[in-house]
Design a protein around this ligand. Structure first.
Ligand code: GDP
Length: 459
């Protein structure tokens, strides 16, 4: 065990609920519970078998604080691999706070954010990608997001990373063996074999990196803006999406006004519609606040849905909006296609080369399926089957894997320059270490702290 002290925190969300849970972990956890819990039949926490619950009261100086169930999980078969006690009390702020205070009075210390999971990591129960998966499960927005995070918790990505590291280690061993026989032509052969191996490993690294966008989108949602001139159907599109596909609405109280983030679930892909309040109330970002502001929106977005009006000529504003799309992920929607067509379609195609253009009639519910499919194709990009493979799902992981790829590239450059095997070993080792940081096998304390502070207290 890494830690001496016992930590305690409220593990459930604060507010009123049927039950609330206080969780303790550490070698004093059971002892602390013994000081404050009295079972109905006189049973103490230390007499409860692992994974069994007991019913009783939390008592402070003879006064009953609340009626509870307590659950004891003894080391090493627990979330943290330490002794863990959960006290299930009534889910109100006051009982939770009082019981938490009692545990602290009896010698536990308040847990830091993510400290339970950090202990699980430091005690070897989870690796770093699995620990990150825990946050992702808590924050998942759609079934696909959840599935990805659960896959990660079971170690799908870690396994892939370990395979790559093993391959690299084999190459290092191979090269080091050849260093012992410098006169033979073994060396030359070895270098050839190793560079071939490096190319294969690099291809796998590339494949893994190709999943990054999908991972990021499933995890954080795809920031989406709907733009177009007034009356083109932005609110209608938003409402059509929300009515059918609404996933989660989160309110983030801001200083000037509340920002509303609404998530739309497109076959498991969470689209985070940016500034829905703005679309609803003002509708007309282009006209009201100008193209400059529209550009700001576009710059923040992962996906831009541009609406044009099929029943009108292409306007100057339309031109300006379409010009913003260069180099961006965007879909052009020609709305009101139920009305006689006036819009210069060939001109549109000319202005947005390579972009998907879809005819839509929100009024007649035409084209929405096609829009949905285009989004799915964009996110999965043809390289990944939904919910199956290992997915790189955060910037930290992607950055490290990318760096590992660069070190592998260096191996090839070094070999090309005719350098001796020990120089290749240096680059290979660097790649091996970078990959190790993904799973946390080779990682510094500062990085670990930084990751776990993203958690909430009690997790
Ligand atoms: P916004 O200003 O861009 O948000 O546009 P709205 O969504 O408020 O729509 C403007 C008007 O166009 C409303 O009267 C809608 O009913 C109408 N509208 C929206 N979509 C269609 C469509 O596909 N066909 C037709 N004919 N009218 C539509």
């Amino acid at each position: 065990m890494v830690y001496e002290d016992t930590i305690s925190a409220v593990a459930t969300a604060l507010g009123e609920g049927g039950i609330g849970i206080i969780r303790m972990s550490g070698n004093q956890a059971i002892q602390v519970a013994d000081q404050i819990f009295i079972g109905v039949n006189g049973k103490k926490a230390s007499e409860i078998k692992s994974f069994q619950a007991a019913y009783g009261n939390i008592v402070d100086e003879g006064v009953i604080i609340d009626e509870v169930l307590i659950l004891v999980m003894r080391a090493p078969r627990s979330y943290t691999r330490e002794d863990v006690v959960e006290i299930h009390c009534h889910g109100g702020v006051t009982p939770l706070r009082k019981i938490l205070d009692l545990t602290l009075k009896q010698g536990a210390r308040l847990a830091e954010p993510g400290e339970f999971t950090k202990r699980a990591f430091l005690n070897g129960r989870l690796d770093l990608t699995q620990a990150e998966a825990v946050i992702d499960i808590i924050r998942s927005k759609t079934d696909s997001s959840l599935k990805m995070a659960v896959g990660q918790l079971s170690g799908v990505l870690s396994e892939k990373i370990r395979e790559l590291r093993y391959e690299i280690l084999q190459m290092i061993a191979h090269l080091e063996a050849s260093i012992d026989f410098p006169e033979d032509d073994i060396e030359e052969m070895t270098i050839e074999e190793v560079t071939q191996g490096v190319r294969e490993t690099m291809a796998k690294v590339e494949q893994l990196l190709a999943t990054t966008q999908t991972g990021k989108v499933l995890r954080d949602g795809m920031a989406t803006v709907i733009i177009g001139k007034p009356n083109v159907g932005k609110s209608s599109l938003l409402n059509a999406l929300l009515n059918e596909k609404r996933a989660i609405v989160t309110d983030i109280p801001g200083t000037t006004r509340d920002i509303i983030e609404e998530y739309v679930n497109i076959q498991g892909i969470p689209l985070k519609i940016v500034d829905t309040a703005g679309i609803r109330e003002t509708a007309d970002i282009v006209e009201r606040i100008g193209v400059e502001r529209a550009r700001e929106f576009v710059d923040k977005a992962d996906l831009i849905l541009v609406l044009l009006d099929s029943s009108n000529h292409l306007s100057t504003e339309d031109h300006q909006v379409l010009a913003l799309l260069e180099g961006r992920q965007a879909i052009v929607l020609i709305n009101k296609s139920d009305l006689p067509q006036v819009l210069e379609m060939d001109k549109v195609a000319e202005l947005v080369p390579g972009k998907k253009v879809i005819r839509l009639s929100i009024a007649d519910e035409i084209g929405l399926d096609q829009l949905e499919q285009s989004i799915v194709d964009m996110v999965y990009g043809g390289h990944i089957k939904q919910g199956e493979s290992a997915i790189v799902n955060n910037v930290r992981q992607a950055h490290l894997i990318e760096q590992a790829g660069k070190h592998l590239e260096d191996v090839l450059i070094t070999a090309e320059a005719g350098m001796p095997p020990d120089c290749l070993v240096i680059d290979l080792r660097a790649a091996w270490e970078k990959l190790g940081e993904v799973t946390g096998d080779t990682v510094g304390e500062d990085i670990i702290s930084q990751i776990f502070t993203q958690f909430c207290i009690g997790k």
